[in-house]
Design a protein around this ligand. Structure first.
Ligand SMILES: Cc1ncc(COP(=O)(O)O)c(C=O)c1O
Length: 447
């Protein structure tokens, strides 16, 4: 029998079927796609030319706004000059320049930077550095890692192990051994409709003492928390919580890692949230805002003492057996340098700080709308909890996100039953008003 003629896997070039979208209900998306063709500053444009206001800075990443000319030019110039240089055993000048610039923005003696390509890689890198650090100092029994309920630390096995979002964990086996979790800092009864950091909850840091008592400090390597838990729906740290966590870690020789993948680069009005809270962690993970979302990049900033602990042994031997082919990729470094210039020249972190009060007022204006159970905000972030329809948890927020895009020309994020707004830091007061007016109409439409 003659064989059938060879067929293309996809029937037409723009078939929606082949692409498996991440963290997306694929069938619903493909039934009514939300497509974005280009972007500039505060707006996306659909393939048919509709302008859509970006209420989420991409995914907490385009902090300087979209397609900013200096960043585009820097990427174009670098692509023409150096497409790639080996990341191991070789380097290119912009990697050093960017590391120095990032270290200069970080507090205290956080002055060495390890580059990778995403927040997930940054988290796994930080966890590995923590384990290895204790090892090289002769405290190899410190292997336990402590995360927090409702934490999000990306999707690597390390990140989902210390993370605390059940859907990200439950289908993926036993995960890392020897992980424990602090309780979430969120309690609606005590914190509902708090502006900024809630007054209640600092004592929840003391749960670390309970975990230390259970396992003994000599077995614990590190604690990792987001200064503001973002992906689970904007949960600001209670007042005093982070300094308390720092004190307990110090007492027991435990490393404290701040996952600043979304709080870094201005989201809370400072280069890093560590500065806002006056706490110097041992490591900071970053990604997203470092290039304003334009080229994938992540990294870990470590304190001098951590870096120094590895710088021993024969000179020709690798000190840390870890890294990525695309660590400090030239395009990412060029984008990062141009982005940091923009943040500095336009004083965007300060701008976020100045807008915070107006932003919080506008967010709290949604209180009293149908099904609004809580509103939280800190820096330029807002999480609006909606009540669920019976038997359909998450559907109301999903519908709100979908309607916002198709009917209100606004991008919001749906996180479970929470609508999340986190605009680029260039947002104007007029656009803030517009954003919340659109959000209000959407919330009424899904009542
Ligand atoms: C706090 C935090 N850590 C890690 C990540 C993972 O980053 P990525 O998606 O770049 O891997 C995210 C992503 O949103 C995040 O919010």
């Amino acid at each position: 029998m003659p064989s059938a003629p060879a067929q293309r896997a996809t029937a037409v070039p723009n078939d929606l079927e082949a692409y498996w979208l991440p963290f997306t209900p694929n069938r619903a998306f493909k039934a009514a796609p939300r497509l974005i063709a280009r972007a500039k500053d505060m707006h996306y444009y659909t393939p048919d030319g509709r302008a859509v206001l970006d209420g989420t800075a991409g995914m907490w990443c385009t902090n300087a706004g979209h397609n900013r000319d200096p960043i585009v030019a820097a990427i174009q110039a670098e692509a023409a000059a150096l497409d790639y240089a080996p990341a191991f055993q070789f380097a290119h000048p912009k990697a050093f320049e960017l590391a120095s610039r990032v270290a200069a923005l970080a507090p205290g003696d956080l002055d060495h930077v390890f580059f990778c390509n995403s927040g997930s890689e940054a988290v796994d890198t930080a966890l590995k550095i923590a384990l290895a650090y204790h090892n090289v100092r002769g405290e190899g029994a410190r292997t336990r890692l402590i995360g927090r309920e409702r934490g999000y630390h990306g999707v690597g096995f390390g990140g989902i192990s210390v993370g605390g979002m059940v859907n990200n964990r439950k289908l993926f086996g036993a995960l890392l051994a020897g992980v424990d979790h602090l309780p979430t800092t969120y309690n609606r009864e005590h914190q509902a409709f708090s502006k900024g950091e809630p007054d209640w909850g600092a004592h929840l840091a003391d749960e670390l003492e309970r975990i230390v008592t259970l396992h003994d400090a000599s077995t614990i390597a590190a604690v990792i928390v987001e200064p503001m838990a973002g992906s689970t729906g904007v949960l600001p740290a209670p007042k005093g919580y982070l300094p308390r966590l720092r004190a307990i870690c110090d007492k027991h020789g435990i490393l404290l890692v701040f996952d600043e993948v979304i709080t870094g680069f201005g989201r809370l009005g400072h280069a890093f949230a560590a500065e806002r809270y006056g706490v110097v962690p041992d490591m900071i993970t970053f990604a997203k805002g470092i290039t304003s979302g334009s080229v994938p990049m992540g990294g870990v900033i470590v304190r001098k003492g951590i870096y120094d602990a590895f710088m021993r042994g024969p000179m020709h031997v690798v000190e840390l057996f870890h890294g990525y082919t695309y660590s400090a990729h030239p395009l990412a470094c060029a984008a990062g340098l141009a982005t940091l210039d923009l943040y500095r020249d336009e004083r965007l972190f300060e701008r976020a700080r100045k807008l915070e009060t107006a932003w919080a007022e506008a967010a709290m204006g949604l209180k009293g709308l149908p099904n609004v159970l809580d509103i939280r905000c800190v820096g330029l972030t807002a999480g609006i909890d909606l009540g669920s329809r019976p038997g359909e948890v998450g559907k109301r927020a999903y519908d709100a996100m979908d309607k916002a895009f198709h009917q209100e020309n606004l991008v919001v994020r749906a996180a479970g039953e929470t609508i999340v707004l986190t605009p680029p830091l260039i947002v104007s007061e007029g656009e803030i008003e517009e954003m919340f007016a659109k959000a209000a109409r959407v919330i009424k439409a899904v009542a």
